[in-house]
Design a protein around this ligand. Structure first.
Ligand code: BJW
Length: 234
């Protein structure tokens, strides 16, 4: 631990579960009531924009009723205090990391409170419902869509993420099933570049065997403990 200076922390839906936001997979998961191909592909958006926009309108509205939990707060504390390089890469499209105070943060799968113009590519903050064919404030095209990375689309910030992984001394994966790439492959990339790898998850994930260490339990317990340990070594 004494030689750890650069950190990359990958977070997934399990981090926000104890704030009351559903995870994606498993019993009670977000997609139990929706087939993923109905809501989470560019083809689905083209076929039935009203369905896709409504799905994300409901998710955006749900953000008003949730708050960051102890795990988000611990990561924000780590971000504020850690003297080395640090990057929180979240797959989550909620805004709980930033509401907890995290700054060195990258939303690789987009953000609910953002709209993307399919015509000019501009991303704008967006609150409230987003009806299909809403006009883009930058170019005027009736082309705003949820700023969400669908299956088959390139996640945001890959160059920055890969650069951070190449320099990382420790890679920590928190509350993610390891079912979706490229995020599921970050552990191998980090290990390849020499980082130590640690998983914090409720149960063993699809990629557990890639990690040097897996700690099992709820994020609100494991993450504050891990952060306290990291800050104690500095
Ligand atoms: C707790 C807890 C508690 C619960 N405490 N833990 C065949 C093979 C390999 C890859 C592919 C393939 N065919 C296609 C692909 C690529 C595809 C992919 O991975 N598909 C898989 C299904 C196989 N990926 C893509 O298309 C991506 N783009 C891409 O690859 O571009 C090309 C490229 C090439 C080269 C380099 C780079 C790019 C895009 C993926 C987009 C994913 N989008 C979604 C939807 C976002 C919007 C929305 O929110 O609706 O992102 S899918 C969904 O899954 C969402 C999540 O971010 C993502 C990951 O889910 P996550 O966070 O892991 O949640 P869960 O529910 O799966 O797991 C929760 C975990 O928490 C569980 O383990 C619980 O145990 C745990 N937990 N409570 C701690 N209290």
């Amino acid at each position: 631990m004494a030689s750890i200076r650069n950190l990359v922390l990958l977070t997934g839906a399990g981090l926000s579960a104890e704030s009351g936001l559903a995870t994606f997979r498993g019993p009670g998961g977000l997609w139990e009531g929706h087939r993923v191909e109905d809501v989470c592909t560019p083809e689905a958006l083209a076929r039935d924009p009203a369905l896709v926009h409504r799905f994300y309108d409901l998710r955006r509205a749900a953000l008003d009723n949730v708050a960051p939990n102890a795990a988000h707060e611990a990561l924000a504390r780590l971000d504020a205090s850690w003297p080395g390089e640090l990057l929180i890469v979240t797959q989550n499209v909620d805004d709980l990391h930033e509401r907890a105070g995290a700054r060195r943060l990258l939303h690789m799968h987009g953000e609910l409170r953002s709209a993307l113009c399919a015509a000019c590519g501009t991303r704008n903050r967006h609150e409230g419902a987003l009806p299909p064919a809403s006009p883009c404030p930058a170019c005027g095209a009736a082309a705003l869509r949820p700023d969400i990375v669908f299956f088959g689309e390139m996640p945001y910030g890959m160059d920055r993420i890969e650069a951070a992984l190449a320099e990382a001394d420790l890679f920590v994966s928190i509350g993610t099933s390891g079912a979706v790439y490229p995020a599921a492959g970050f552990v191998q990339m980090a290990a390849h570049f020499g980082a130590a790898t640690l998983e914090l998850n409720l149960e063993r994930s699809a990629g557990s065997h890639w990690f040097e260490e897996s700690r099992l339990g709820p994020a609100t317990q494991l993450v504050p403990q891990c952060v306290d340990g990291l800050l104690a070594q500095g």
